[in-house]
Design a protein around this ligand. Structure first.
Ligand SMILES: Cc1cc2nc3c(=O)[nH]c(=O)nc-3n(C[C@H](O)[C@H](O)[C@H](O)COP(=O)(O)OP(=O)(O)OC[C@H]3O[C@@H](n4cnc5c(N)ncnc54)[C@H](O)[C@@H]3O)c2cc1C
Length: 354
């Protein structure tokens, strides 16, 4: 059976981001890599969005970038500028194409559909696949979005709506998210934070149709693209294996309070590249533990006080934009952390501490 120096299990966001980062730094000149990915075709399946708090390798895959956003609760809207940290959306189709085209030029890099096709006995393995199928009771951010196109100019593509909580909450946390890519095109998503045991929340198409017609007041539109997903708001448990490192969602790269993962994956890829020569010995790259502690408290509050969450999210944005963005992107300093904490309702949070 064929052997490789390195194996990446899962050629999704984390697997490909890592392979690309290593390849552009010439780590496979004299070393071999196998990428295990079952999908037949790489087509657009997701839109990754984030505040650009650091440089990344995929500027040419950015579909749109905004310097303004809004957030709503019933009867109140906040308008926020984010010039210093623009919010970017990456088209996964462009991302896959760019990376595959680059990797295919290196004859030391090979793709396989199934791990059984190779031997991993003497390889170092980066694994981005974990089994979370029995975790329906845990908290997830689950959502569905459609990219719609209209005949007339209806959107303001200079500003996106991060969270519109002015909608049916059904004893859960629910908001709509609208990314206008042009005056005629936008991605509209319905997003829930709950466990996955309530199929009643998952009538996404009806929710989207109702929101577009009655809130956005758009009667005629065509659906150009659809994405549905669920991001675990818990870190998958992994059994530590010698010569194996978990990456991406499987490797704890999701920020638990928000579901943001893309930029953490980029940081993790850089860390692995910087430590590549001694990868067997280095510690795992992790999200700073202060965020894990704060996010766990936040999620405990969320589980018990879902009715208060729209107000809590809204209040968080009373801090300066850079403070909130740094906090949500794991780049905040201690003063910024305190500013955020001070905006939270003290009693509800204190109850979850003890
Ligand atoms: C629809 C959607 C939208 C998202 N939007 C955002 C966003 O806007 N911003 C953000 O920061 N995060 C977002 N996320 C969260 C996160 O960034 C993504 O889930 C990201 O794709 C995680 O990367 P990953 O490599 O861990 O997982 P994936 O990208 O899912 O990659 C895993 C890969 O493993 C492959 N695979 C599965 N089983 C096997 C197997 N047995 N053997 C080998 N390979 C296998 C899969 O085909 C897949 O290609 C989103 C998630 C989803 C689902």
């Amino acid at each position: 059976m064929r052997e490789f120096d390195y194996v990446i299990i899962g050629g999704g966001c984390a697997g490909l981001s890592l392979a690309y980062e290593l390849e552009i730094h010439e780590k496979f000149k004299n070393k071999t890599l196998a990428i295990i990915e079952p999908r037949n075709d790489y087509i657009r399946d997701k839109t990754w969005s984030f505040w650009k708090v650091a440089a990344h390798n995929f500027e040419d895959c950015v579909k749109h970038s905004w310097s303004n956003f809004s957030i709503n609760i019933p009867n109140q809207t906040k308008y926020i500028e984010c010039d210093n940290f623009p919010y970017q959306s990456i088209d996964s189709g462009l991302f896959y194409q760019k990376i595959i085209n680059t990797l295919k030029k290196n004859t030391n890099i090979h793709f396989f559909k199934n791990i059984n096709e190779i031997s991993t006995e003497n390889s170092f393995v980066f694994n981005s696949v974990s089994d979370v199928s029995d975790s329906k009771n845990d908290l997830w951010q689950h959502f569905s979005g459609i990219e719609i196109e209209t005949n007339k100019d209806v959107f303001d593509d200079q500003i996106f709506n991060l969270m519109d909580f002015d909608c049916d909450q059904r004893d859960s946390v629910h908001f709509f998210y609208t990314l206008p890519f042009s005056k005629k095109k936008a991605l509209v998503e319905t997003t829930w934070v709950s466990n996955l045991n309530h199929p009643s929340n998952q009538d996404y198409s009806t929710q989207l149709e109702d929101y577009i017609k009655n809130k956005l007041k758009i009667k005629n539109y065509e659906i150009k693209f659809k994405e549905t997903g669920a991001i675990p708001l818990f870190h998958p448990k992994n059994i530590k294996k010698i010569n194996q490192m978990e990456i991406g969602t499987a490797g704890g790269m999701t920020r638990l309070s928000t579901g943001y993962t893309f930029m953490n994956i980029q940081d993790q890829s850089k860390y692995i590249r910087e430590n590549f020569e001694s990868i067997e010995k280095v510690d795992y790259f992790t999200i700073n533990s202060k965020y894990k502690i704060l996010d766990n408290i936040f999620l405990k509050v969320l589980k018990k006080n879902s009715d208060q969450m729209p107000e809590i999210f809204f209040k968080m944005f009373n801090c300066s934009p850079s403070t909130v963005i740094n906090f949500l992107s794991n780049k905040s300093n201690i003063y910024e952390d305190f500013s955020i904490i001070l905006k939270m309702p003290k009693l509800v949070f204190l109850k979850e501490l003890f």
